[in-house]
Design a protein. Structure first.
Length: 345
């Protein structure tokens, strides 16, 4: 006869069992575990003794509760569908493991509503701190975290004007540097395929960086042919098709990340265009995909792994001493490969 796992599982001690052994109410046990400072020392000692005797453990551990720590760090990234965030999150997890901490990762699908729900859920599950991507979100979310004393670190964005702790890079300056090289080669008809800028400060800053470069060369930023689209290879290809269908197509297409750039590169081939002889294409991020396509992408190298490791160390310190560090800006650099050249004359 088949037996369910629940039929053979041991009878685990409950909150009521702890209350009975300690001679207190279940509410007192709960308060002792969640807010020990609010319980008299003698009562707290009695409850914790009962917890130890019975072997009672909530999902995230009685020891963690008694210390008001769970050893869980939450991270919410916009997507798991491409490798943009993979390197940094892997390094982030590796560094947390060295400190005996566990990572819980969620993906918001670039939805502010989903992200807000995930933040509340991770806090309810006892996350000691959160890693979030970019500064853009409802201020009420930050109030929610501050009221509960949950440290939050922003990654992938450097903005010293923001009050909260962050580690990242200057998206605007990095993209301006790349666009400046495009313009220096002689390109004057520029197209850009970007992520959706609404609710995405990284995308907005990269667009602003291209505008800065255009102004630096005496050109009107309004001449930039901009297409905003969700990140995917297919959307990059569609954006490229739209740009190449313009009455005066661009001689260079600057993409908001390498995924969009690979899509643009694929579409250029489908249209019978040679890269970079007929059109130049650039990316941003320098993920592995940028080096395996042919020709390899000219792009901006982002120190993903360094950012992930440093972010973990910062959050460990924030949980330990409660002090928010000053914003940290990491360096990026340009990677010149095979998709950028001077325009045809």
């Amino acid at each position: 006869m088949n037996r369910r796992l629940s039929d053979t599982a041991p009878n685990l001690p409950t909150l009521a069992d702890v209350a009975r052994v300690a001679g207190v109410s279940t509410a007192t046990v709960s308060r002792c575990l969640n807010s020990p400072a609010q319980v008299q020392t003698a009562t707290r000692d009695r409850v914790l003794s009962a917890v130890a005797t019975l072997g009672y453990s909530p999902n995230f551990g009685a020891r963690a509760l008694a210390a008001r720590r769970t050893g869980i760090i939450g991270a919410i990234i916009p997507t798991m569908e491409n490798a943009i965030f993979a390197r940094a999150i892997q390094a982030f997890q590796e560094e947390l493991h060295l400190s005996g901490l566990t990572l819980l990762v969620a993906s918001s699908s670039y939805s502010p509503e989903i992200e807000a729900d995930q933040i509340r859920t991770l806090v309810a599950r006892g996350a000691d701190a959160l890693l979030l991507i970019g500064h853009d979100r409802d201020p009420g979310i930050y109030d929610f975290l501050a009221q509960r004393g949950v440290p939050v670190l922003i990654a992938w964005a450097y903005d010293p004007t923001q009050a909260r702790a962050s580690i990242g890079f200057d998206n605007r300056r990095a993209m301006a540097g790349l666009a400046d090289e495009v313009l220096r080669l002689g390109h004057r008809h520029i197209g850009m395929i970007s992520a959706l800028a609404a609710g995405n400060d990284r995308a907005r800053d990269r667009i602003a960086g291209v505008h800065d470069a255009l102004r630096g060369h005496g050109l009107d930023p309004a001449t930039l042919h901009l297409i905003e689209t969700p990140y995917s290879i297919a959307n990059g290809a569609e954006g490229m098709a739209q740009l190449m269908a313009l009455p005066t197509p661009p001689t260079a297409v600057v993409c908001g990340n390498d995924v969009l750039a690979v899509g643009a590169l694929q579409m250029a081939r489908q249209l019978g265009l040679s890269v970079p002889q007929d059109v130049s294409i650039t990316g941003f991020d320098d993920i592995e995909l940028a080096t395996v396509v042919d020709p390899a992408l000219t792009t901006v190298h982002v120190p993903h792994r360094d950012m992930g490791r440093a972010a973990a160390r910062l959050l460990v310190d924030m949980v330990g001493d409660g002090v928010a560090p000053t914003p940290v800006c990491l360096d990026t650099n340009l990677c010149f490969r095979g998709t950028l050249a001077a325009p045809k004359t």
